[in-house]
Design a protein around this ligand. Structure first.
Ligand SMILES: [Zn+2]
Length: 290
């Protein structure tokens, strides 16, 4: 009987968006104060911070594509493995798209301060293991830098950064395009799953997403204008060839990847222990055994 009741509850709860199989919402902003306490305990202190951005995505996708997709994957993952998902967050690195309409680009200083205060506040509320789920390529340097900077001063929580990549699994539907970095085939396919109503497939060919390759520098030499040199339209690839099949495959893989990460982070007792040991030792470097 107990099993049957549990099964019915699970079935009912699974139909509601943002609800876990236990009936508790997975979304921070949907929980009541008293339920939040239960939620954090149920999540074993693991919280997700899906990190998006607001930037142009070709002529055919919404400005919030990264935010929409990373939240879609995170919320579905949280239903598979319970965790609390932080409210919409899009205060990342996107200076390279400032010439495009609708881009919201905060200063580097503010990005770091806001992220630090956000994770501090999450921790103060019991999230002692924070997984930043990255949904935006331009954050690729920011987020590991932020995670590394956590060693600067003592924290009673751990910051993890997860960035899912489409692998080369043999069963992944074949891509038609070679160049597919931003608002291209796969990102368009993902949005066909998360918010098909916001995808204007018929407009995807109105601008060029071809690599203009205007910069000729030796390998290993980096400069910030590299992206603009390649893709002045802030569009890389061809969204018009996107198919739902690829989107479905990738979104499932992304969700499963996040759910696996949540399980692993719940089980991880080592990171915080080592962090504490490190901070203690860092107070007295001359006493560190040589
Ligand atoms: Zn994107």
């Amino acid at each position: 009987m107990k099993h049957f009741a549990g099964w019915v509850m699970a079935l009912c709860a699974a139909t509601a968006w943002g609800q876990s199989t236990t009936g508790l919402s997975t979304q921070w902003e949907e929980l009541t104060g008293p339920d939040f306490i239960t939620a954090i305990h149920q999540a074993q202190g693991v919280c997700l911070l899906p990190f998006g951005i607001i930037e142009k995505h070709g002529p055919h996708l919404p400005l919030g594509t990264d935010l929409i997709n990373v939240r879609y994957a995170s919320q579905h993952a949280a239903q598979q493995e319970y965790t609390v998902v932080f409210p919409p967050y899009y205060f990342g690195q996107i200076a390279e798209a400032r010439q495009q309409p609708g881009t919201v680009s905060y200063s580097m200083k503010l990005q770091l301060e806001l992220l630090q205060e956000t994770t501090d506040e999450m921790s103060r509320n019991g999230c002692k293991k924070i997984v930043i789920v990255n949904g935006h390529g331009g954050n690729e340097s920011l987020l590991p830098f932020f995670a590394q900077a956590q060693l600067e001063s003592q924290h009673d929580y751990v910051v993890y950064v997860y960035w899912w990549h489409a692998g080369n699994a043999p069963d992944r539907p074949k891509e038609h395009s070679k160049n597919d970095m931003h608002a291209g085939e796969s990102e368009t396919a993902h949005t066909l799953i998360s918010r098909p109503d916001l995808v204007h497939l018929d407009r995807a060919g109105q601008e060029s997403g071809a690599d203009e390759n205007r910069l000729h520098l030796p390998d290993g030499l980096y400069t910030g204008i590299w992206w603009y040199a390649k893709f002045p339209n802030h569009y890389s690839g061809d969204g018009s060839v996107a198919a739902k099949e690829l989107g479905e495959y990738d979104m499932k893989a992304w969700e499963a990847g996040i759910a696996d990460v949540v399980r692993a982070v719940k089980a991880d007792e080592t990171s915080l222990k080592l962090q504490n040991e490190f901070f203690e030792a860092a107070k007295h470097p001359l006493e560190t055994k040589q």
